[in-house]
Design a protein around this ligand. Structure first.
Ligand SMILES: C[S@@+](CC[C@H](N)C(=O)[O-])C[C@H]1O[C@@H](n2cnc3c(N)ncnc32)[C@H](O)[C@@H]1O
Length: 428
């Protein structure tokens, strides 16, 4: 907030060049995994999992209420190469099961149609290639800036209107409101909506935090993080304009849709995803002092690769005059650092969680994360095969940090992603 306001740059393009190049570079193929790229470890072990975990109870309830257990129809908005199909059809019934066979709440057999729409031909072509063996998966070109078009409106309603990985940040406020309003009018009576945006208050871009006008909420973005390993063109990454959202604005949008259409679209849950580990903490493109934590957390998940825990400590709390935001960052950074420090001390010798200074004042989320790490370290002490520190303790540290932040976030817009799960309420 202390930075002087800069003139807002508007880019007329929609990122088409970036998306074509990322498809050609193989980033939209199926799972790759690892330290870099679209499917890096944070994407796979944090982002995908948190979305699935949060959606699970609502989807479960919806599916239980659908008459005769009929098959469901999904519309994926800004579907890219169809990863939404993967996400939705692979939500496990439980959190952990030691049984070999996993079971999903919305398996492929229960999907009658997955209709993916996107503006990019290359993305759609990649999707058709990825899902060539799935008859229920269909892709079509559609520009969502105009709302839902005639290939959707006038046809049967969908049960789930899904979006993922900030696809809807390509729309401005008015376009997003029209899209949600079109969905409310078209949808099944209790349909679920998943709206996926960029969060305005992420630590990646403090200079975007004090946006007031609609113009200032549409800001520059690039996908430079996918250009780091030379797989993409040598040219400067394309810059385009996206809208950065807050949780309050999503609630306001729902209210406007209700007034305009007479249909209630109720937020069931709004959550911040990827707090501290958004893609641009590594590039530092929009914040020069932010710690490159994503690659370090990615490293925690790598087999036989040990991480210097000190490198994960966050040493600066961002300044802001927004009180709720300041409190969130102070508490979040303190909690993050405390779990890491405890783990470091625990690895060196015996320290009990309750011996931590201030233990009784720690939040339940922080206490839970520390207790988890205490048990993890305890339970692997006897192991001598397969580097338990790199292969068990460090991934568990990442999961403990992930769950703690997920329990602390309040859907303000403090993560790279801001996701809203909404439900339509109207008579049949
Ligand atoms: C970050 S990607 C996410 C893709 C996919 N949902 C995923 O999770 O991998 C954003 C997508 O939105 C699409 N998009 C951008 N503007 C659009 C528009 N006006 N209408 C439809 N799709 C659009 C892009 O082509 C791109 O595939």
């Amino acid at each position: 907030m202390s930075e002087r306001r800069r003139p807002v740059k508007r880019h007329k393009n929609t990122g088409t060049k970036t998306y074509s190049e990322t498809v050609l570079g193989g980033y939209y193929d199926k799972y790759v995994g690892g330290l870099f790229g679209k499917f890096d470890n944070v994407r796979v072990y944090w982002e995908d999992q948190i979305t699935k975990y949060t959606l699970r109870p609502y989807l479960k309830r919806y599916l239980a209420a659908v008459q005769d257990r009929r098959k469901v129809r999904i519309l994926d908005l800004g579907c890219g190469s169809g990863q939404g199909y993967e996400q939705l059809s692979k939500i496990g019934k439980r959190d952990v099961s030691l049984a070999l066979k996993d079971s999903f709440i919305l398996p492929a057999e229960r999907i009658s149609l997955y209709f993916g729409v996107d503006i990019s031909e290359e993305m759609l072509e990649k999707g058709r290639e990825n899902y060539a063996d799935k008859r229920e998966v269909v892709f079509r070109k559609m520009d969502l800036r105009n709302g839902l078009d005639e290939r959707v409106v006038g046809k049967r309603p969908y049960d789930i209107y899904f979006s993922s990985y900030a696809a809807l940040s390509h729309l401005d406020y008015g376009q997003a409101r029209k899209l949600v309003s079109d969905i409310a009018k078209h949808s099944a009576p209790h349909a679920l909506l998943v709206l996926d945006f960029l969060g305005r208050y992420s630590i990646e871009w403090p200079r975007y935090w004090d946006a007031k006008s609609e113009d200032q909420k549409m800001r520059e973005y690039s996908m430079s993080y996918l250009y780091t390993n030379g797989a993409l063109s040598e040219e400067e990454p394309e810059k385009f304009t996206l809208r950065f959202w807050t949780g309050d604005e999503i609630a306001g949008l729902c209210e406007e849709v209700r007034k305009e259409s007479g249909i209630s679209v109720r937020p069931l849950e709004v959550f911040d995803r990827s707090v501290f580990v958004g893609r641009h903490v590594d590039t530092r493109e929009y914040n020069k002092w932010v710690k490159p934590l994503r690659k370090r957390v990615n490293r925690l998940h790598e087999d036989y690769m040990r991480t210097n825990l000190q490198s994960l400590i966050i040493d600066r709390v961002p300044e802001t005059s927004i009180e709720q935001l300041r409190r969130f960052y102070e508490k979040g950074i303190f909690s993050w650092n405390t779990v890491i420090k405890f783990t470091g001390m625990r690895l060196k010798g015996r320290i009990y969680p309750t011996e931590m200074k201030g233990w009784s004042k720690f939040s339940p989320a922080l206490q839970q994360a520390i207790l988890n790490m205490d048990r993890v370290v305890d339970s692997v002490l006897w192991m001598s095969i397969g580097d338990p520190r790199a292969n068990i303790i460090e991934p568990q540290l990442s999961y403990s940090l992930r769950n703690m932040l997920n329990n602390m976030q309040c859907g303000m817009g403090c993560g790279h992603g801001l996701v809203a799960i909404l439900q339509v309420r109207k008579r049949k």
